[in-house]
Design a protein around this ligand. Sequence first.
Ligand code: ZN
Length: 388
Amino acid sequence: MDGNEDRVDAIWQIGVFDAHCHPTDILASIKDIANMKAKVLAVMSTRLQDQDLVREAAGRYLLKDSRPDFLEDDSRYVIPAFGWHPWFSHQLYNDLDKDVEPDQVQHYEMVLTPKPADIGFMQALPRPRSLRQFLQETEERLKEFPYALVGEVGLDRSFRLPEGPSSMTGDMKGKTGGSEEEYTPGSREGRPLSPYRVNIDHQKAILKAQFGLAAKLRRPVSVHSVQAHGLVFEVMEALWKGHERPSKAQRKKAREAAKAHHPDDDEKSQQVAEQSKASPFPPRLCMHSYSGPPDALKRFLAPSVPADIYFSFSMAINFSNASTAKVTSVIKAVPDDRILVESDLHCAGERMDKLLEEIVLKVCEVKEWPVEDGVRRLKENWMRFIFG
Ligand SMILES: [Zn+2]
């Protein structure tokens, strides 16, 4: 056995944990998770069609322990994530302030940009659904799995809606070349793109509502952001306004003031009081397949930010269409305890394992971590991101 094979074996023995993937897009691949080398997959939902599929996958690969150590067992697990992706955000109408179902065409005229001149295009889109109802259903799903995440949610300034209706039969075959499996309906399905986008205010409203749900249930969130890192940050920042982490100097001052008033109060009781306050922002977020520049990390990692923000990287996104030099400098700049890996793949099985192996090795190489040490760090980061 050569050195490389040894390294690769060590990766799987320590365990690889996918922070973001979509195997329910090829539903037939769910059975292959049992034979994968990766230990646990965090499986995202994105739209109407995959919420229950993700729920079922989580039931099939159920985690029984609330905080397992994954050391002594051979099973494979699915951590479900429930959420509504920005690419489908137009399919929800915002009824949080006023409880009326809008007319379909009027709704799409309001949320799409530019405003479509073609009524037929809007009539062919799915009937818009209530955001309020989606949040209620999502809350139930999240409560069913105490370790479930909120995701995939986010903002995207670059995507455009596909033309024509989704094939409800889901019989798009062989899109990836070689796979004969059926795609779950509702995604782009190889359709050509229209000129229409979802306006950013609507996307923000859908994102903010889902952040609110994650805050309420104290769940981590997997966040999609394309050309929108600053905007995502602003949505988060608005939620934690007034809850920023105090600086060292501010903490010292507060301690002294508290001591002067109540000499018995120690720092610990103050911390407990702080933690028991319900917070209006999610405790942990992962910017998945993070594509921003190293400079943009600074805002997310500022000492005043009260949520723990992680960044995950994939071969599929980060090393396929971005410049390698840029990704490398970002990976270098992400703190060692905030980096995660993901496949972001739509199909479970060997290819997913391969992509995970590649990104693990890549991160270790860029970070100059010995592989075993790096795999352990990545596992610890993933555990902290998921379970707190
Ligand atoms: Zn994704």
